[in-house]
Design a protein around this ligand. Sequence first.
Ligand code: NAP
Length: 258
Amino acid sequence: MSHLLAGKTALVLGVANKWSIAYFIARAFVREGASLVLTYQGERQRATVEELGAELTAASILNCDVTKQEELDALISALKQHAPVHAVVHSIAFANRDDLSRPFVETGRDGYLLAQEVSAYSLVAVARAVSPLMTAGGSITTLTYLGSTRVVQNYNVMGVAKAALEASMRYLASDLGPANIRVNAISAGPIKTASARAVKDFSKMLEAANIAPLRRNTDPAEVADTAVFLASDLGRGVTGNVLFVDAGFQVIGLASAN
Ligand code: NAP
């Protein structure tokens, strides 16, 4: 059987536990023959990510809080021994729980800026830091959600951050295209993860899937396979795109479940 990512090195940021979308992506990358570098955010996550990384035979497991430039710099120094890097997955987001439950109009300045920094600016910081190590070209993929362009109750400040993330993705695609580095976003349907549970009434987002064309929720393994496609040579013509992996939910304007 052919391996779509044989000979490629991939950096995956955002594995917190075995439910993380990044974990499914990392697993699919290994299945396709990639050599893997994982990151974790601080000591709190270290043991879990090291355990998952060992299971995935990751080449390295490194600390990186994306809001700390010195940790990004240390990541890049450590990553040099694995260069060239061919694929980067940015699967990171954060907002205060309060800002995911009350009306958006009540969002304070600090909460707004925090969501933007962790969930949107970090893509720019990571792309700027890692792209010099992507000397053979490659792919940077981030994770987004429909709340970037539509109002999804309680998604609030994260929807605004995802809008900035998607716009950043397009500008990065334009800047890095001449180096043959493609930058894309996967817009995943709702998936039960630690971050998702922070959104008030998240279960209602899952229930809404009964009106999606495929009449079901999104399987994280489907998101992971799309990430494989983008990181592989099969995706060589795709950049600056938002690819929806959401059972088709985004096309529905008005429908009733049946
Ligand atoms: P998750 O498992 O909680 O992953 C989020 C990751 O972001 C965690 O590993 C978290 O680490 C990390 N993170 C937060 N702040 C960070 C920081 N300052 N530095 C480094 N890492 C940081 O949840 P997930 O659902 O898989 O989320 C992954 C991505 O998919 C996010 O961008 C999310 O918005 C997106 N997405 C999710 C869904 C969904 O329904 N689940 C749908 C569409 C898009 P800690 O746990 O240590 O904080």
